[in-house]
Design a protein around this ligand. Structure first.
Ligand code: SAM
Length: 282
């Protein structure tokens, strides 16, 4: 990422692509023990966070990603009581999970406390619920945490990670996914941020294969817009230990969403043909 005449750019060298956003002020520039954290004020997108030069979220559109990383998994599980979030330091996914009354506990494990501290300052709407008594915020490596977590102790695991570079690398690996499988109860569901099929199809194929090898009976990648990522879209891959992924409970009346609906969720389970071709071969 570079700032050039009032623009920040994220470049995806291997795809020959570059995405830019016009910025007006640098609000934070910090080398944490784990990654390079930046927050910018933009002209049109509110505040913008980057980690290691990769755009994470903006104030304007993060609701799409956070709703899609939470509600599909929670609405598929019959009774999601104990939820684990790996990564997710900006707390946007956590905010959505906490809207579900049936959730009794949420443990969030992000390796980098600096991300949460930055979200408190520059995205306060995402951290406003952090003092909910159901929340346990921990700052440690999610890979190690999952390795040591007790078997069959979670209903839903959400992996809201950075890209598979730097500290996020292990969160895409077979050992971590096998640990997620072990930690989920028999009817447990996981969802992981799994990049864009236009940019990272080989990664998605490897992710599905690792999930299958870990023992996940069914897997489905939901494609949705991500306006501030190069490529404009991203996937969340759902995987279930046993049982179906297409039995969706209606959303409770008190949960107001701006993107997610059960009907949209149902439609997204019908994977686009080009993705199905690659992923069904796994
Ligand atoms: N929306 C996002 C995106 O652009 O993909 C994800 C945002 S969230 C900020 C990603 C989080 O994953 C970061 O806060 C980062 O610190 C965390 N993370 C990366 N590697 C991790 C690891 N090994 N264990 C726990 N958290 C990790």
């Amino acid at each position: 990422m570079s700032a050039n005449n009032g623009w920040v750019y994220e470049t995806v060298e291997e795809m020959g692509a570059r995405f830019g956003i016009r910025v007006t002020e640098k609000l934070l520039d910090e080398q944490t023990p784990y990654q390079h954290l930046e927050v910018w004020r933009t002209e049109h997108w509110g505040n913008l966070m980057l980690l290691d030069g990769v755009i994470m979220l903006s104030s304007l559109e993060n609701f799409v990603y956070h709703e899609m990383m939470s509600h599909p998994a929670l609405q598929t599980h019959a009774a999601p009581r104990n939820v684990v979030i790996i990564g997710g330091g900006d707390c946007g996914t956590l905010t959505e999970v906490l809207r579900h009354r049936e959730v009794e506990s949420v443990v969030q494990i992000d390796i980098d406390q600096a991300v949460t501290r930055a979200a408190e300052r520059f995205f306060p709407e995402l951290t406003a619920r952090n003092d909910d008594p159901r929340v346990d915020l921990r700052f440690e490596d999610g890979v190690a945490w999952m390795r040591n977590a007790p078997a069959e102790s979670a209903d839903v695991i959400i992996v809201d990670s950075t890209d598979p570079i730097g500290p996020g690398t292990g969160l895409f690996g077979p050992d971590f996914l096998a640990d997620c499988h072990r930690v989920l109860r028999a009817d447990g569901i996981m969802v992981g941020q799994s990049e864009s099929p236009f940019y990272h199809m080989p990664l998605m194929v490897d992710y599905h294969r690792a999930m299958k090898d870990a023992g996940f009976a069914e897997r489905r990648s939901l494609l949705f817009p991500q306006p501030v990522y190069p490529g404009g879209s991203i996937t969340g891959t759902l995987a279930r230990k046993s049982g179906r992924l297409d039995e969706i409970r209606p959303l409770a009346d008190e949960i107001e969403t701006r993107y997610y609906s059960a009907a949209l969720h149902r439609g997204l389970l019908d994977t686009p043909c080009f993705m199905r071709e690659a992923l069904d071969a796994v």
